[in-house]
Design a protein around this ligand. Structure first.
Ligand code: FAD
Length: 439
C-alpha cells in the first residue's frame, strides 16, 4: 500500500486533474481563439464551476478522501477551494468587459466575437454568484449568526444544490464552450455526479444503515458535564474501525434525520464490538445526553478520520489531550495496551479543574502529566495550559526527533503545541491531530 506522502500526492494530482479537465476539454472542442482577457474570463468561470462541483465530494463524508488525508485537511481544503471558486466567479464577468454583446451572429457561428445578452441565461449566473457569496459568508459567520447546526447544514446543502443547478444552466446556455454538445453532456454528467454524491450521503447511506442498528447499552456521568455513552450492535458484527477514528452518531432519530453529530470513539477495537463515546455538554444535543434511555436505537455512520497510530513504527508515542480531546487518545491508549504494544507512551492531559479529569483510575497506570489551568490550592501537579513550556518539560530531544505525537484538544492548544514540536525538530509527518471544530 502507498505511504502517506504518496497518497497525498495522488489525491492532489487527482483533484487537479478533475478540476482542470473541463478547461482542457473546452480548449480542445472550442472554436477560434479570442483575446486573452476573454479566454481568461471563460477559463475562470469554467474553473469556478468545476471547483464547486468537486466541493460536493470534499464535504467530509467520503472515507476514500477524508480518511486518506485526514478530516482537518479535508475540511480546510473544502473551505479554501470554496473561497477560491467565489473569487474566480467574481472576476469572471468583469474580465469580459468591452466584449460586444447580443449573442450569436450569422457571421460569427463560433461566438468568437460576441457575448450573449439574453438575460435568462445571464440571470442564472448572477443568481449563482449571489448565492455562492451568501453560502461562503454564512459558513464563515455560522457561529455569530447563532443558527442551529442542523439548520445551517440543511441550508448549506440545499444552497449548494441550487448553485450547481443554476451554474449548469448558465454554463450551457451563456457559455461559449458550454454550449458545445460535448461540453454540455460533460457538464451534465459532472453535475449529476456531484448531486448524486448528496443523494448517496443522505439517502443511500441512511437506507443501508437501517439494517445496522445499535442499541444504547449505558449512559454514565464521567465528570460534571462529561458523559460516556456506549452502544451495542443489534444483530450485526459491529464497526470495523481503528482506534482514534470517529463516527457520525444518531441517537433516537430516523436514519434519514439530519440530527447526527461527529464523535470520536473512546473505546478500542480490541475491546469487543461495543463502541463508547465520551461526550461533553456543549449545545442542544449534547446537553441532553444524560436523558438518553438505555435501549434507545442509534445509528453510526463511519468510521472516519486518520487519527490513528496503526501501521506507525516510531519507537514511542506521545498523546497530548485538552479536555474532551482525550476521547480518541484514550481509544488509542486502550488499543495499545490491549495489544501489549511494547512502545513507550507519554500522555499529557490538560483541563481547567481537577474534577474535569476523566478516566483517572485507568490513566494513572500510564506515564501521565496532568495540567490544570484553574487548580485548587491542594493541587500538586503541573499548573497552566498545555503549552510550549510544558511540552519542553515533558519531552526530551530524543523524543522530539523520533516519536509520534498525537494531539487532540482546543484549536489554540494544538497550534501552540504543533509550533513547538516543529521548532524542536519533530517532522510534520510525525504529528497527527484532530480538531473538533473546523472554524
Ligand atoms: C471529528 C470530530 C470529533 C468529535 N469528537 C467529539 C468527542 O469525542 N466528544 C465530544 O464531546 N465532542 C466531539 N466533537 C464535537 C461535537 O461534534 C460537538 O460538540 C457536537 O456536535 C455539538 O452538538 P450540539 O447539538 O450539542 O451543539 P450545537 O448547539 O448544535 O453546537 C455547538 C457547537 O458545536 C459545533 N457542532 C455542532 N454540531 C456539529 C457537527 N455536526 N459537526 C461539527 N461541529 C458541530 C458547532 O460549531 C457549534 O457551534 C467532535 C467533533 C468533530 C468534528
Amino acid at each position: 500500500m502507498e505511504g502517506p506522502p504518496v497518497r497525498v500526492f495522488l489525491l492532489i494530482a487527482a483533484y487537479a486533474a478533475v478540476v482542470t479537465l473541463p478547461l482542457i476539454l473546452s480548449w480542445a472542442v472550442g472554436g477560434p481563439p479570442r483575446p486573452l482577457h476573454q479566454e481568461l474570463a471563460s477559463g475562470l468561470g469554467i474553473l469556478s464551476f468545476s471547483i464547486i462541483l468537486v466541493e460536493f465530494v470534499l464535504s467530509g463524508r467520503f472515507k476514500r478522501v477524508s480518511n486518506r488525508i485526514g478530516m482537518d485537511v479535508t475540511m480546510r481544503a473544502h473551505q479554501l477551494f470554496a473561497r477560491t471558486a467565489l473569487l474566480f466567479a467574481v472576476l469572471h464577468p468583469f474580465l469580459y468587459r468591452g466584449t460586444p454583446t447580443g449573442g450569436q451572429r450569422p457571421w460569427d457561428p463560433t461566438r468568437q466575437l460576441t457575448l450573449t445578452s439574453d438575460f435568462t441565461y445571464i440571470s442564472t449566473g448572477i443568481a449563482a454568484l449571489i448565492l455562492l457569496f451568501c453560502l461562503v459568508a454564512f459558513a464563515i459567520a455560522r457561529k455569530q449568526l447563532d443558527f442551529k447546526y442542523e439548520t445551517w447544514r440543511l441550508m448549506h446543502g440545499l444552497g449548494a444544490l441550487l448553485i450547481a443547478a443554476l451554474l449548469l444552466h448558465h454554463t450551457v446556455y451563456a457559455g461559449r464552450y458550454g454550449s458545445e454538445p460535448v461540453m454540455t453532456w460533460f457538464w451534465l454528467a459532472m453535475t449529476g455526479v456531484a448531486m448524486g454524491s448528496l443523494l448517496y450521503v443522505y439517502l443511500l447511506v441512511p437506507l443501508r444503515d437501517r439494517g445496522r442498528r445499535w442499541r444504547v447499552s449505558s449512559v454514565d456521568c464521567l465528570t460534571p458535564r462529561q458523559w460516556q455513552v456506549t452502544v451495542t450492535p443489534v444483530n450485526h458484527a459491529g464497526l470495523d474501525y481503528k482506534a482514534g477514528q470517529f463516527v457520525w452518531l444518531n441517537i433516537g432519530h430516523s436514519t434519514f434525520s439530519l440530527k447526527e453529530n461527529p464523535f470520536s470513539i473512546c473505546s478500542a477495537p480490541a475491546g469487543g464490538p461495543d463502541v463508547s463515546f465520551m461526550i461533553k455538554e456543549l449545545g442542544d444535543f449534547t446537553r441532553t445526553i444524560g436523558q438518553i434511555q438505555p435501549d434507545t436505537i442509534a445509528y453510526l455512520d463511519g468510521p472516519f478520520g486518520s487519527l490513528t497510530v496503526e501501521g506507525r513504527d516510531e519507537p514511542g508515542i506521545a498523546l497530548i489531550a485538552g479536555g474532551v480531546g482525550i476521547a480518541p487518545l484514550l481509544g488509542i491508549l486502550r488499543q495499545l495496551r490491549a495489544m501489549n504494544d511494547p512502545r513507550k507512551i507519554k500522555f499529557i492531559y490538560g483541563n481547567r479543574k481537577e474534577d474535569q479529569i476523566a478516566w483517572r483510575d485507568e490513566l494513572d497506570g500510564a506515564d501521565v502529566t496532568y495540567v490544570l489551568s484553574e487548580p485548587s490550592e491542594a493541587w500538586e501537579g503541573e499548573v497552566g495550559f498545555v503549552d510550549a513550556g510544558l511540552v519542553d518539560r515533558v519531552f526530551g530531544p530524543e523524543e522530539f526527533e523520533n516519536w509520534l505525537f498525537v494531539l487532540c484538544g482546543p484549536a489554540i492548544m494544538m497550534e501552540v503545541v504543533e509550533t513547538r514540536l516543529i521548532e524542536k525538530g519533530t517532522t510534520s509527518d510525525r504529528i497527527l491531530s484532530e480538531r473538533f471544530d473546523y472554524d
